[in-house]
Design a protein. Structure first.
Length: 256
């Protein structure tokens, strides 16, 4: 391994461009694929129809996150530490929102299996779902641990984990995209009139909707947020970071 390969900071220096690509893919998803998932979600929320295939998919992705998230965090925390950035507190604060999103996803899974909230209150649901709720709580605690890891892995561990990063990314991206679609759809089930006829009220609603979306979006991409912030060094990097987030935000808010 030569000196250049051994320098994690050098190797990861082009990440802001990768972050831009990541958010471009997210924008494409929210523009073309999310509406399909959203329509299915609305039907699951509002009718007695079952969508066990979707519920099963969310369960599998949620369980895989237990494996992928800590591995990915080891990679990004190594980058953050090498770049002398202390981002554990930021990641930890976002974890609380991530926990809430995971709980919401579990209630959505109830709906996809034909168990409405009324039925849940009455105890009319499979007993194994209780175990699933327990798993969600344990899962979130397991995700919290690597957020406060102060000791960086060594370079050999880093490059070994790097070989499977594509899998970690696949799991985390799918979880974030589908999780956010379900959550955003559930949020918009009520009154979503943006009052475009009143420019002042419309601007306020845009700001509120954008803020709410980012409160959902950032917790579902904690590793990538940590990695991007750790590698912001210039004004150009910061501009790319902000621009990439705006691309995703506009792709979602423009549909309201």
């Amino acid at each position: 391994m030569n000196k250049r390969e051994n320098n994690i900071i050098y190797q990861e220096g082009k990440f802001p461009l990768r972050g831009l690509i990541f958010n471009l893919l997210a924008a494409i998803y929210f523009t073309f694929i999310a509406p399909i998932v959203s329509r299915t979600s609305i039907e699951a929320f509002t009718t007695n129809n079952t969508f066990k295939w979707l519920g099963t998919f969310i369960i599998i992705i949620s369980l895989l996150e237990i494996y992928a998230f800590p591995k990915k965090m080891k990679l990004v925390m190594k980058i953050a530490i090498d770049n002398k950035k202390d981002l554990g507190a930021l990641a930890g604060s976002l974890w609380y929102f991530h926990f809430g999103i995971s709980v919401f996803s579990m209630f959505f899974i109830f709906d996809t299996f034909g168990c409405s909230e009324v039925s849940i209150k009455e105890g009319l649901y499979p007993t194994w779902f209780i175990f699933l709720i327990f798993i969600v709580s344990i899962k979130e605690i397991l995700l919290l641990i690597p957020l406060f890891t102060e000791k960086a892995i060594d370079d050999s561990q880093y490059f070994n984990l790097k070989k499977s990063e594509w899998f970690y990314d696949l799991v985390l991206v799918l979880y974030s995209w589908f999780g956010l679609t379900i959550l955003w759809t559930g949020t918009l089930l009520g009154d979503k009139d943006m009052h475009k006829e009143n420019i002042g009220e419309y601007i306020i609603n845009i700001i509120l909707a954008s803020t709410l979306f980012l409160m959902y979006y950032f917790p579902l991409r904690i590793p990538y947020l940590v990695e991007e912030i750790a590698l912001i060094k210039t004004r150009k990097d910061k501009a790319l970071f902000i621009f990439s987030i705006l691309i995703v935000l506009v792709s979602v808010i423009s549909k309201l």
